[in-house]
Write a protein that binds this ligand. Structure first.
Ligand code: G1P
Ligand code: ZN
Length: 543
């Protein structure tokens, strides 16, 4: 089995985005495209010969093919051992845990997260470093730079590796261990949460409905909820992972999880509903006829953290991405612990967690997690909620309303305009920037602009600086409008408009968020000329 060196030519578009390289399957299938990117990773990370790599993905279309290519390239590039999930499967948080538990050099995670799958859908690949976190920007930039000058890659000529039976095999000098993707992760969850209390809650008639959206969390959810916690078989829906996610869009939100939403808003609704995305790192939380925004979910979990056995010592600090509402900051202030505001994307939390500065992190985009891994973790959030519900014995809605009464409510919404012409989307952002000076001090109804900027972040641990992380219009009362271009889309441009207004008055907490934010929404349109510049009257998705 001699490694072969294959000549290649660079592709210009292998720049990792918010979360690795995401492209259409058709793009990945171009000759040498995947190989170029994988070799660019291997060339950039300088793994010592004999290193161990973790490998797995969300099972979407092209997952198996890509895994075979990567195994043959890893062998040719001097890796000593690869831990690969059975069937090529590892949810993103489970991959992070495998990297940490087995102390591998790093891992390759194959997923396009919540983006649709299938032959015409999306695929993605991401390198995670030894702490289990997505590679920081200096590494992703080095990978991109390498991809622009690559001229050859190394691969072993070999038969495909059997991925569906647990156990060890080899490829040349490299060991391959096909591992059970679920057990280690389920054990980790059992070590953090009070499974006995959750089991008692479920045995007492509390009804749970979890939607795996035909994606990777199906087997994890069955093991944890049904086998370990005794939930009924109907508690887990869409539990068989499919290569195209059943034709759906595996994004757990009110638009793309309609069956779950219908159940939780229908007659005889279950007590608690939740969903996770394609690769298992996102979560949506619902009570009976009640939606918990991800920003509120982070704040509520932080405020109740000590109810879970893994967090009885309290939290060192809380971090949230800039567009996420400041609800968690209020909890941090009340607890007397630090809070951090980072750019969008989980990779910015890794340093803070490694340094012990934060325990819990979250993003408004349905991402919540803690330092138990270095990725966001959908099932972790669901189990945390179940633990809180088991301890407090109150409905979801009551817990959230009591939280608002204590801390105030940060009304929050995100409006996405998907698949816009790139020029038009860029035009909105440049128009806003050109008006920064004119907007300062401007009065719009009850709102006065305090200032505008492009968010920049200096990592407090390594001092690295990230610029242009979102265009902010900040008001004197703490309300905010943020515009940001997505870094994960694969078609045209996606413009995200984030809106936030704080309300201390309990009598106004029952308002619908869109109503409470109506004035800010109108201001956002007025100052951005979004409708005029994009021709869009309505957002594609509101969360
Ligand atoms: C989106 C979310 C972001 C999240 C990322 C990966 O990125 O907004 O919070 O970390 O997906 O799940 P975006 O498309 O906005 O760049
Ligand atoms: Zn995801």
């Amino acid at each position: 089995m001699t490694p072969r060196t294959v000549s290649t030519r660079p592709y210009p578009d292998q720049k990792p985005g918010t979360s690795g390289l995401r492209k259409k399957v058709t793009v990945f299938r171009q000759p040498h495209y995947l190989e170029n990117f994988v070799q660019s990773i291997f060339d950039s990370i300088a793994a010592p010969p004999g290193s161990t790599l973790a490998l797995g993905g969300d099972g979407r279309y092209y997952n198996r093919e890509a895994i075979q290519v990567i195994l043959k390239m890893a062998a040719a590039n001097g890796f000593g051992r690869v831990l690969v999930g059975c069937g090529g499967i590892l949810s993103t948080p489970a991959a992070s845990h495998v990297i940490r538990k087995y102390q591998t050099f790093g891992g390759l995670v194959l997923s396009a997260s919540h983006n649709p799958g299938g032959a015409d859908g999306d695929f993605g690949i991401k390198f995670n470093i030894a702490n289990g976190s997505p590679a920081p920007e200096n590494i992703t930039e080095a990978i991109f730079a390498r991809s622009k000058e690559i001229s050859e890659y190394r691969i072993c000529e070999a038969a495909d590796v059997a991925l569906d039976t647990l156990g060890a095999t080899s490829l040349g000098n490299m060991q391959i261990e096909v591992i059970d993707p679920v057990t280690d992760y389920a054990d980790l969850m059992e070590s953090l949460f009070d499974f006995a209390a959750i089991r008692a809650l479920l045995a007492g008639g509390f009804r749970l409905r979890f939607d795996a959206m035909h994606a990777v969390t199906g087997p994890y959810a069955r093991e944890i909820f049904i086998n370990r916690l005794g939930a009924s078989a109907e508690s887990v829906m869409n539990a068989v992972p499919l290569e195209d996610f059943g034709g759906g869009h595996p994004d757990p939100n009110l638009t793309y999880a309609p069956d779950l939403v219908a159940a939780l808003y229908g007659e005889d609704a279950p007590d608690f509903g939740a969903a996770s995305d394609g690769d298992g790192d996102r979560n949506m939380i619902l009570g009976q006829r009640f939606f918990v925004t991800p920003s509120d979910s982070l704040a509520v979990l932080a405020a109740n953290a000590t109810l879970a056995p893994g967090y009885t010592q309290g939290l060192a600090g809380i971090a949230r991405s800039m567009p996420t509402s400041a609800a968690a900051d209020r909890v941090a202030a009340a607890l007397g612990i630090p809070s951090f505001e980072t750019p969008t994307g989980w990779k910015f939390f890794g340093n803070l967690m490694d340094a012990g500065r934060v325990t819990m992190c979250g993003e408004e985009s349905f991402g919540t997690s803690s330092s138990h891994v270095r990725e966001k973790d959908g099932l972790w959030a669901v189990l945390f909620w179940l633990n809180v519900l088991a301890a407090r014995k109150q409905p979801v809605e009551t817990i959230v309303r009591e939280h608002w009464a204590k801390f105030g409510r940060n009304f929050y919404s995100r409006h996405d305009y998907e698949n816009l012409p790139v020029e038009a989307a860029n035009g909105v952002i440049s128009h806003l920037r050109e008006n920064f000076a004119a907007l300062a001090g401007a009065q719009f109804g009850q709102y006065t602009v305090q200032g505008c900027d492009d968010f920049s972040y200096t990592d407090p641990i390594d001092g690295s600086v990230s610029h242009n992380q979102g265009t902010r219009i900040l008001f004197t009362d703490g309300s905010r409008i943020v515009f940001r271009l997505s870094g994960t889309g694969t078609e045209g441009a996606t413009l995200r408009l984030y809106l936030e207004a704080f309300e201390a008055d309990v009598s106004r907490h029952a308002l619908d968020a869109q109503d409470a934010l109506a004035e800010l929404i109108a201001i956002a349109h007025r100052i951005s000329e979004l409708r005029e510049r994009t021709g869009r009257e309505q957002p594609t998705v509101i969360t």
